[in-house]
Design a protein around this ligand. Sequence first.
Ligand code: AP5
Ligand code: MG
Length: 185
Amino acid sequence: MIIILFGAPGVGKGTQADILAGTLNIAHLSTGDAFRTAIKTQTEVGLIAKRFVDAGDLVPDDVTARIVEEALARPEFTNGAILDGFPRTRVQAEALDQILARREKSIAVVVNLDVSDEQIIKRLLARGRADDTEEVIKNRLAVYNQETAPLLDLYAKRSLLAHVDGIGTVPEVAQRILDVVNQKR
Ligand code: AP5
Ligand code: MG
């Protein structure tokens, strides 16, 4: 089963993807985590990605699609994937369709987590990751609105989109997501 956890920076994609991965026994793929690991270990991808991640800009689509294709070929993803932070552009959405077609898989559901910008900024400033400064958060939100939010329309047209209220306790939000996913199983 391929599940996309969608939404702006800080809505809880990573938190919820981890929980859902445990509940459903499907591996979690976060492109953000993949880039942070690559930067830390100074791989070729890491060297390319660093300045984009630091600034809160998107890493180029070809680099991003390649790491997703390579990851999904690994054995832990044979029974599907919970995608967190991918796709983020129209080009990436098309690349994902092609990657999945080659693996004879398809998207089961796109879960959009709704959280207000005000709450997002509070959550991220409290977390304090390297890209959680006020300036970089603002850019990440602007990039999301410009490049990523338009994909909501695309997935709505394909009847794949479900909206989930991302405000509440972590277990409350997890239950809402599970309810949506269970309707698709
Ligand atoms: P990425 O790592 O994906 O960051 P993001 O989308 O900005 O989102 P975050 O990871 O900050 O938030 P989240 O939604 O996962 O929320 P979380 O669970 O952490 O991307 C980072 C960078 O990598 C990008 O800027 C870009 O440069 C690059 N990149 C990644 N993917 C790319 C792609 N596809 N194409 C190109 N470039 C790409 O929660 C946030 C905080 O809130 C945590 O502290 C958490 O504990 C807390 N929290 C969670 N749930 C709740 C709750 N219910 N109530 C209160 N607090 C909560
Ligand atoms: Mg995350």
